[in-house]
Design a protein around this ligand. Sequence first.
Ligand SMILES: NC(=O)c1ccc[n+]([C@@H]2O[C@H](COP(=O)([O-])OP(=O)(O)OC[C@H]3O[C@@H](n4cnc5c(N)ncnc54)[C@H](O)[C@@H]3O)[C@@H](O)[C@H]2O)c1
Length: 292
Amino acid sequence: MSEQQKAIDSYGMKDLGWDKVPFDIGDKKMEALISLKGKKAIVTGAGGVGLGLAISHRLASLGADVMMTDINPRVNDTAKEVAEKWGVNTYPLISDFTKYDEVQKMMAEAKEKMGRIDILINNAFFTRYGLFKDFTPEMIDTSVTGGLVGLTYCCRAVCDYMIPQGSGRIINITSASSMSAKTNTGITLYGALKSAVNGLTRGLANELAPHGITVNAVSPGLMLHAELQEAFKHPTPENLAGRIPMVLGVQSTLVGRTSIPEEVANVVGFMCSDACSYMYGQVVNVDGGIIV
Ligand SMILES: NC(=O)c1ccc[n+]([C@@H]2O[C@H](COP(=O)([O-])OP(=O)(O)OC[C@H]3O[C@@H](n4cnc5c(N)ncnc54)[C@H](O)[C@@H]3O)[C@@H](O)[C@H]2O)c1
């Protein structure tokens, strides 16, 4: 008998990871699996009017306590709004995600206030708009920092907490512009940086899975929140170029409409829960079919 045949004959169910399968989920109601009661989350960029705030609301509505961080002091108000609406604890923190020492302080404060960090949502971003041929070195540097470096800092810093815990969920917010360049006129570098976020998501999923941590990404199309509505209706020279990918993006959907942040936040909520137990390193498109 060959060595290979001997090995095959000696295989047991343990070799299929049978001892690690979460069999108990079959006896639980879906609403119990999707509950985030007792979970502690961090959402970056939660002081705006877009996805960060919508995700904070969704996670809180599922029972999670949320540390809401942003460079914008408005996060103090949004955190209050979320806590009052859903009866959970929220912790506002003014923090710049592009400064590593501030990111480390964010994680330390989350641990101190909430006891642990179960979920990290990397939502914050900053970019410059315009045709790439007109980009200055300053615009390039700012976009790389706001589109990739800050998110990478947050992923790195949370490892120091999630790895010792042996558990955690990281969800990176990417964009349909990471998958297709057709709708990216005016946001070329942003799209490229979001492609890097997808690559980081897959690589981290591979490195962190043995530590009980899942890493995935969610990829929205256009989400027309109040600020973008304003920018679209009353363009300034700085954001004028942003109108092109907005219209191109919607024209490329299968439904012929924009989305609102809540439609994406619902998917993020599911992906943070025990109902989503076998998803690793995925980029989940919630984009009205742009990528189809
Ligand atoms: N809005 C869209 O149509 C759209 C489409 C695809 C992907 N996305 C992605 O969704 C995410 C959320 O975008 P949104 O448009 O909903 O905006 P949002 O309202 O969630 O705002 C992002 C937040 O990041 C914060 N921020 C900026 N620089 C920061 C810094 N240095 N430190 C800390 N916080 C900082 C801003 O103050 C803002 O509150 C982003 O990652 C974006 O790339 C958005």
